[in-house]
Design a protein around this ligand. Structure first.
Ligand SMILES: [Ca+2]
Ligand SMILES: [Ca+2]
Length: 145
């Protein structure tokens, strides 16, 4: 039995994919930042139980500071409506990982029938609440979304 379990674990860690981590959104900070309480099998790169996610390669309007605006609040409300208390799959950045604020850079997939479904990064752009901003220091390429 044990070799089989090892194999399965190895496969899930080796594949760079939408299901590197899985968990429930516990707190939405703003349009592109939120906290996820990780589920049991999200073992790979992450040691913490709750991680803060920053959506990769997109930019939403600010909700705080000098550049705060109404559009920032609307983006936050949109993300809260879609993600608060829901389960999501995460493709974490394998290149840099966390940004300078300690947030994991990730592409987030909505859970549909317990499988990674819609790409939420793309959905936020398509809905008009964010724009693409392709940072080169991560593994993601928005052109492939
Ligand atoms: Ca990854
Ligand atoms: Ca990128």
């Amino acid at each position: 039995m044990k070799p089989i379990i090892f194999c399965l674990l190895f496969i899930s860690i080796a594949s760079c994919s939408p299901d590197e981590a899985y968990g429930r959104v516990t707190n939405v900070v703003d349009g592109d930042t939120f906290d996820v309480a990780l589920g049991d099998y999200s073992s790979c790169q992450v040691a913490e139980d709750v991680i803060r996610i920053r959506l990769a390669d997109i930019d939403t309007p600010e909700t705080r500071g000098a550049k705060a605006c109404e559009a920032g609040k609307e983006a936050s409300a949109y993300t809260r409506t879609w993600l608060q208390s829901t389960y999501v799959f995460l493709d974490l950045d394998d290149k840099t990982g966390k940004d300078s604020f300690g947030c994991w850079i990730a592409v987030v997939y909505l859970s549909e029938n317990n499988q990674p479904g819609r790409n939420f990064n793309k959905q936020l752009v398509d809905s008009g609440h964010a724009v693409i901003e392709d940072f080169k220091n991560n593994e993601f390429d928005p052109r492939s979304w």
